[in-house]
Design a protein around this ligand. Sequence first.
Ligand SMILES: CCCCCCCCCCCCCCCCCC(=O)SCCNC(=O)CCNC(=O)[C@H](O)C(C)(C)COP(=O)(O)OP(=O)(O)OC[C@H]1O[C@@H](n2cnc3c(N)ncnc32)[C@H](O)[C@@H]1OP(=O)(O)O
Ligand SMILES: Cc1cc2nc3c(=O)[nH]c(=O)nc-3n(C[C@H](O)[C@H](O)[C@H](O)COP(=O)(O)OP(=O)(O)OC[C@H]3O[C@@H](n4cnc5c(N)ncnc54)[C@H](O)[C@@H]3O)c2cc1C
Length: 664
Amino acid sequence: MSIESNLLKKERQNVTFSVEELTNVWDGGKEDTEIRRKVVKVFGDDPVLKSPPICTMTREERYTEATRKCVYIFRNMLQKNGIYPGSKEFEHFWNAMPIEYTLLIHMGAFIPCIMSFGSEEQVAKWLPLSANLNIICTYAQTELGHGSFLRGLETEATFDRETQEFVINCPKVSSMKWWPGDMGLNANHALVMANLIVGGKKYGMHPFMVQIRDLSTHMPLPGVTVGDIGSKMGFEAIDNGFLYMKNVRIPRENLLNKNSEVKPDGTYVKKASDRLMYGSMVNLRVNLPKSQAIDVLAKACTIAIRYSAVRRQGLLNPGGAEVAVLDYTLQQHKLIPQLATVYATKFAGEGIIKKHQAFLQNMAKGNISDLAEIHALSASFKASVSEQCTEGVEVCRRACGGHGYSQASGLPHLLSKVTPTCTYEGENTVLYLQTARYLVKCAKEKAADLPESILFLVQPIQNARGNITSLDNLALYFKNRAALCVQAASKKVNQMSNKGLAMHEAWDKSSVQLVHATKAYVIQYIFDAFASFVKEVKCSKSVKEILEDLCCLYGLHYINNCSGDFLKLGILTAHHCNIAEEAEIALLEKLRPNAVGIVDAFDFTDSSMESCLGAYDGNVYERLFDMAKLSPLNKEPVHQASYKYLRPYLLEGRDILEGAKSKL
Ligand SMILES: CCCCCCCCCCCCCCCCCC(=O)SCCNC(=O)CCNC(=O)[C@H](O)C(C)(C)COP(=O)(O)OP(=O)(O)OC[C@H]1O[C@@H](n2cnc3c(N)ncnc32)[C@H](O)[C@@H]1OP(=O)(O)O
Ligand SMILES: Cc1cc2nc3c(=O)[nH]c(=O)nc-3n(C[C@H](O)[C@H](O)[C@H](O)COP(=O)(O)OP(=O)(O)OC[C@H]3O[C@@H](n4cnc5c(N)ncnc54)[C@H](O)[C@@H]3O)c2cc1C
């Protein structure tokens, strides 16, 4: 056993709580842990799902491997292993997925969309085909020229009464669909968001099923120009695509018509609120943070904390032995708060998923009264979590020094996976502004007209009592700050408008404060939800203590990072801020011996991380060396480029050096 493995073994011996029990809490119960492990094992044991490490493959190989494996998973493995939407197995399915995958937009975005936009007959037609991969369909909304401002989308679907068809056109280069996942190479259909035009009248964005490739040859159909948009910062395996359509004709029935319909005579019938057109985005914003951001940060923490526990660098005591970098207070200050973020966002996210499920049940009965609340909550939650996790992964990467820059650490891959969560499914600033709109409206309402989650905005500010670092008091500081920030931002909008500015100008001039207020709102939501979870969860004292400490650390770390705000608003005094700083440092010291145990509790398999720094056994140096040997550049002892370009000068060097030697 290597020295490094021994060091991790010792770390594990010092852990003061049951790692298995924390795993159960993380998974949602003992039974869930068993199910997750079962799913992970089935996938992990299957030889068809083995591939070379991603950092040794080209982009083309990565796309090919990911497609090969996903087709196998979706066609052969899901049904066979009882993994279907609604099952417990499905909830843990992400943990078993290969490190890279394609067909995500088809499975994760298109299928939910067909279910929310399609009539019963349309769902009956398209759902089995797509579930069996008999068709592959992308979600084509964003265009080259517009992504955020959906009313600016330019693709048109014009109704031709004569032929009972819609004619799809991208009038300009800027109107071509750009970015949709699975679209470049795999999809033969696209759910296209286009402006509906009937009899010269525009009815706004509607969803259309458009076939883009031939069913037998997979060649693009007449009028369709489609392909891959090229290399990106990450997502090498995914064929994000472009799609240009010129006079592409589709049958009238291909307008997904659950919410609105065009009759054969051209009559437009609206069956439900326009807002439901945005429903698919709410659905993804609620569901993507866990798998695409929180788990990614959890993996980055696992890698950085295990590595920091084995990496020896420098001395704490003059004359003493070299210490693990995790023993430095500053390294703890970088990494342990990231662990707190993982826990806070995961448990707060579960609350939002439950709220969304309740909303969907009500919607099925025709009641969409909670739509504004769930839209505001999911938009700001997606924005805040993606931001916190992206920052957190980069902190973890840099905390691994030089090796964190190597693809072999697994950290650059995680960073490039989490970064676009700040952009896709709604650019974060744009989403914060959506929530701000709701908050400003709520701030003007009477308490009786507001949902419980927002009531604090209009209630009198309460003073904290007793220990300032108690979870109750921390929750109160966050609530007070959110209420005061929202009130201040609303006041600014009003003042600007009273000065004579048009409402949209007043809004833009106040937008810095509005986004700040929204961030304050969503952080109070996350803290409150995590604190409530910690209070209610049934577990042993030692596990509860870990969760309480993580919750307290989440609150204190946030407050210490923006204490100016709390001071400015009169919520905390300088004396309170000093106490909060010291309390955070004390918590870091307290959590340090359990840090490896806490990341072990995430229970990630080595193959799900592909990290030389983060493997369970801690054998970092051997793994780094082995991975370097696999680099395609090391295939031959001398690379062709050296022979081709360097050799003439190297030979000159040889002659000079050997000449010098013979003169000696
Ligand atoms: C086997 C696999 C299993 C999978 C499991 C699932 C796991 C998931 C994993 C999937 C990973 C996903 C990977 C990547 C996906 C990327 C896909 C995309 O980016 S796709 C592209 C994503 N693209 C984007 O996200 C685009 C972002 N842009 C937008 O969303 C909109 O254009 C806008 C909302 C910002 C403005 O639009 P505009 O028309 O100017 O609107 P106004 O401002 O004038 O407001 C009008 C009124 O509407 C209201 N309202 C608004 N939204 C909503 C809503 N959602 N709801 C309700 N209401 C909403 C608003 O409050 C207001 O109300 P009021 O005040 O009047 O009462
Ligand atoms: C990896 C990846 C996968 C994607 N997958 C898909 C997909 O499957 N399907 C699909 O349809 N799309 C997809 N997209 C596109 C994605 O949804 C858009 O990129 C996103 O919605 C942002 O829109 P945009 O690119 O137009 O940014 P822009 O809106 O142009 O943003 C540029 C800047 O302008 C700012 N800005 C914009 N509006 C405002 C405003 N009102 N006030 C203040 N500031 C503003 C933004 O904050 C940002 O700083 C994907 C994108 C990526 C990166």
